[in-house]
Design a protein around this ligand. Structure first.
Ligand code: WT7
Length: 567
């Protein structure tokens, strides 16, 4: 029997009070995620229980109990408070998946400051726009990433502190830099956790926008209420589980379900800080006896590609429940997992903005391969007619996924961008920006995004951001960025580029531009192909029509081209 049980019963009796009561939260009283993730678990007598099993790139292993998590997160918190960090300040985590990332996140929240995790593969431009927009006060990083911070810090007057967590004394520290060793000083026994309340800001995650620069999605401490319960009911987490979430905390899956929910549930989780390899992943599951595994379609497709033979080399019988998020999970992947693991991957659908899972194939209920599943109790999800933003009276029609606002972990705004936030609502519905179809059983079938954003391997990339970076390359005159199909990543970034006079297309030029983007933005945003063209399709007002290029890549009809300038 799953934690969730029966859908009809859960829907009938649902209230978020279930979660509040399990967590012992009283409305109006303080609620601090950092405290729930560590101190409370220890108070429940689980101080000696393993919180985190960490394995590094070279097989190095570290294990932390809940008491260690409490003591070391206190050390982070004390250090920040002593450094003058105040509640509400933005503190960035810019690190690989090392223990300091997980424990530091908990420590930041304990001070009342806002945790701003950023993907460590970001290049200096991606880092800069996010630190500038958030007016970030402090950043924790590693030796290997500090050079990127050094390149931009002079343009960041608000950035007062650069903390290096693995400083070895070899190179002198520069202006604003300071060493902080989590374990160096030992843990801190007593730290007065800052009394944040339900609506106090907690986490700021950046997500790609359609037209503008990335938007800071602002969450609050009350988000715990829905993160906790969805992890319990959808990921089916239990006290004796060994849980593995493969997402990086630079993205929301890696915080909501890679830090907050598992720690608040007092579950043991493991982290593998290395790139993808089917062999290494299966070995990791075998070695740690992983029971619940939360991953993503691109990883699953890569495992499928590695073949079934390799699976036979490992004992994966510990696996009890599998879930997936981030992009469409194809039915082939679900059927494959039933064949090789004897259980399906359960799709989960949500967003950075929603903070928790909204729609899912629940444990213990029949999975419809290819469908995202049904709405979580307490979540009112529907498919809206795009013309009037009213729910379709009957299932079966393709429209926009709309959610009734008001669940605990919904974003409270986009950082300093009220207009973009307002734009997400129509007719009393929060618009996800995705299109789907509902069937007669209440299952949602994902159709596609309703904007130009590219979802490559589960990571959202804004064509606008890549186009802007391309224009900084000295040979590029104009650019247009679209997606093109890819068997593993579903879609990848493709750029159409016109060159300035005096520059000629070549393979070297293509590689040079690709590398330029990889360094400035990130490997995810790097175009996998650059097509050099003489002109780009534009409207009469001069706007580049990505739609035409997109249609060409996907072998689709381009639709209305009546406003095209050079047709
Ligand atoms: C977008 C949100 C929330 C976790 C990671 C992504 C797409 C998400 C699914 C799914 C099809 C999905 C949507 C969504 N997406 N889950 N199960 N099936 N598409 O967070 O970066 O904010 O991306 O990812 O397009 O809007 P994110």
């Amino acid at each position: 029997m799953s934690n969730f049980g029966n859908y009809e019963d859960r829907i009938k009796n649902f209230s978020w009070l279930i979660s509040e009561q399990e967590l012992g939260y009283q409305p109006g009283q303080p609620i601090n995620i950092g405290w729930y993730c560590s101190d409370r678990v220890c108070q429940q007598g689980k101080g000696d229980k393993t919180a985190l099993i960490w394995e590094g790139f070279g097989g190095e292993k570290k294990v932390y109990s809940y008491n260690d998590l409490r003591l070391y997160s206190n050390a982070f918190a004390r250090f920040l408070t002593d450094s003058g960090i105040k509640a509400g300040d933005r503190v960035c985590l810019f690190m690989d998946r090392i223990p300091e990332l997980y424990i530091g996140f908990v420590g930041i929240l304990k001070t009342g400051a806002i945790a701003q995790p950023l993907f460590s593969a970001f290049g200096e431009d991606s880092l800069f726009v996010r630190l500038e927009n958030a007016q970030t006060t402090a950043i924790f990083t590693q030796k290997k990433h500090v050079s990127k911070v050094r390149k931009i810090k002079d343009k960041l007057p608000h950035l007062k502190h650069i903390f290096i967590v693995d400083y070895d004394g070899k190179n002198p520290l520069q202006d604003r830099e300071k060493a902080f060793s989590m374990e160096g000083l030992g843990g801190v026994e007593d730290y007065d956790v800052y009394p944040t309340y339900a609506e106090s800001p907690s986490v700021l995650h950046y997500t790609s926008g359609t037209t503008g620069m990335p938007k800071g999605v602002q969450h609050v401490h009350y988000s715990l209420i829905s993160q906790y319960l969805t992890a319990k009911w959808v990921l089916d987490l239990r006290d004796d589980d060994i849980y593995w979430c493969t997402a990086d905390p630079g993205w929301v899956t890696g915080t909501s379900y890679g830090i907050i929910a598992p720690f608040a549930l007092g579950v043991t989780q493991c982290v593998l800080d290395s790139g993808f390899s089917a062999e290494a992943w299966y070995r990791f599951i075998e070695k740690n006896k992983v029971t619940v595994w939360y991953s993503a379609p691109t990883a699953i497709r890569s495992l499928m590609k590695a073949g079934d033979e390799i699976i036979k080399k490992f004992d994966l019988s510990s696996l009890r429940h599998l879930a997936s998020v981030g992009e469409p999970l194809n039915p082939e992947a679900v059927n494959w997992s039933i064949r090789v693991f004897n259980k399906p991957f359960h799709d989960t659908y949500w967003q950075t903005e929603t903070g928790c899972i909204l729609i899912t194939n629940f444990p213990g209920m029949p999975v419809k391969p290819g469908s995202m599943g049904r709405a979580f109790p307490g979540i009112t999800a529907t498919v809206l007619n795009p013309n009037n933003h009213e729910p379709y009276p009957q299932p079966g029609r393709i429209g926009l996924i709309g959610i009734k606002p008001g669940w605990p972990s919904m974003m409270r705004g986009y950082w300093k961008n009220e207009e973009a936030y307002k734009n997400k609502f129509r007719n009393g519905w929060y618009l996800t920006g995705d299109r789907a179809r509902l069937d007669g059983d209440g299952y949602f079938w994902f159709v596609g995004r309703d904007d130009d954003i590219i979802n490559t391997g589960g990571h959202l990339v804004s064509p606008f951001e890549v186009e802007s970076a391309l224009l900084e390359h000295l040979a590029v005159a104009e650019s247009a960025v679209v997606s093109k199909p890819d068997p593993i990543n579903m879609e990848v970034v493709k750029a159409f580029v016109t060159l300035k006079p005096g520059h000629t297309p070549s393979k070297d030029m293509e590689l040079d531009i690709m590398n330029f983007i990889r360094k400035k933005l990130s490997p995810l945003a790097m175009p996998q192909e650059i097509e050099f063209v003489d002109t780009l399709p534009k409207t009469r007002s001069g706007k580049i029509m990505r739609r035409i290029l997109h249609a060409k890549e996907w072998g689709e009809e381009a639709g209305d081209t009546s406003t095209l300038e050079n047709e």
